[in-house]
Unconditional design. Structure first.
Length: 276
């Protein structure tokens, strides 16, 4: 399966198969189709239809493709995007534009505006927003914090790993909100954070680049952004678009407060621009 797979027309049993595979890919590689069917309480015929529906001839081809992806490195991802540019005969700028245009279009199609406004309201009314933005999403986390603080929202950037993270989530309260960047997979730390938020009845929001994922039962809301196929160079353009969309929506909701803070900020800059 790939991250852009459309699961809207899947049956309940097909969704169960997809969810199990996403959560247990490594274990699935050691099963034959009969064993997999037995584990799922399904049939070989159902599985055969499933492989074809997601673009493979059979289970063997699915496993082969998955194992090929496991040796992919950042270097090979970059080589693939460069090869695509060379093959399509377009300029580098046009190729990248086409690449991100598709990602933006696909992302926009998956944004439910009603859910988006609920998300915005939760952030606007929470006591404090805790942002978990590990590895490549760190910059997005700080962008979100920088913009939201201008609206008077109290924001905390969480540590990426165990001990310091535990010290911070100790202060998480029921009327707080957690925002998690959950790209590629659910990490141990993200799981701990989301489970704790759920336990104390704090809202949690996840931005992920997987349509079928493990976050659904752990958080209040999830939103999907397209960052490219698993084996390709991952772009942050669509994720940045989503964050900017949240920021502008929050600005609209808190317009009076936002404009007042921005005016005050401008006055401070003017007052001290000459070092006074």
């Amino acid at each position: 399966m790939n991250n852009q797979q459309n699961f809207s027309d899947f049956t309940k049993s097909e969704r169960k198969i997809a969810d199990f595979i996403e959560k247990n890919k490594n274990a699935v590689m050691y099963l034959n189709e009969t064993e997999l069917a037995s584990t799922l309480g399904s049939s070989n015929a159902t599985l055969s239809r499933f492989w074809r529906k997601i673009g493979y001839r059979n289970f063997k081809e699915f496993k082969k493709r998955y194992l090929e992806q496991q040796v992919i490195t950042p270097k090979t991802k970059f080589e693939r995007i460069l090869a695509k540019v060379e093959d399509n005969g377009k300029s580098l700028q046009q190729s990248i534009f086409d690449f991100v245009q598709y990602q933006l279009t696909d992302t926009l199609e998956h944004i439910d505006e009603t859910q988006s406004q609920i998300c915005v309201k939760r952030i606007a009314t929470c006591r404090k927003l805790f942002i978990y933005a590990p590895t490549s999403s760190t910059g997005l986390g700080f962008l979100l914090k920088h913009r939201l603080m201008r609206f008077g929202i109290d924001v905390v950037i969480l540590a990426s790993y165990d001990q310091e993270l535990f010290e911070q989530i100790l202060h998480l309260q029921e009327n707080d909100c957690v925002f998690v960047f959950g790209f590629v997979k659910l990490t141990r730390e993200a799981a701990i954070l989301l489970d704790h938020a759920k336990e104390i009845k704090s809202h949690s929001i996840v931005l992920t680049d997987n349509i079928v994922h493990e976050f659904q039962t752990r958080c209040t809301q999830t939103f999907y952004v397209n960052r490219g196929d698993l084996e390709e160079f991952h772009s942050m353009v669509a994720a940045t678009f989503f964050i900017e969309h949240l920021i502008v929506s929050l600005g609209q909701m808190k317009s009076e407060k936002a404009l007042g803070n921005l005016e005050y900020l401008n006055n401070l800059r003017e007052k001290y621009k000459n070092g006074r």
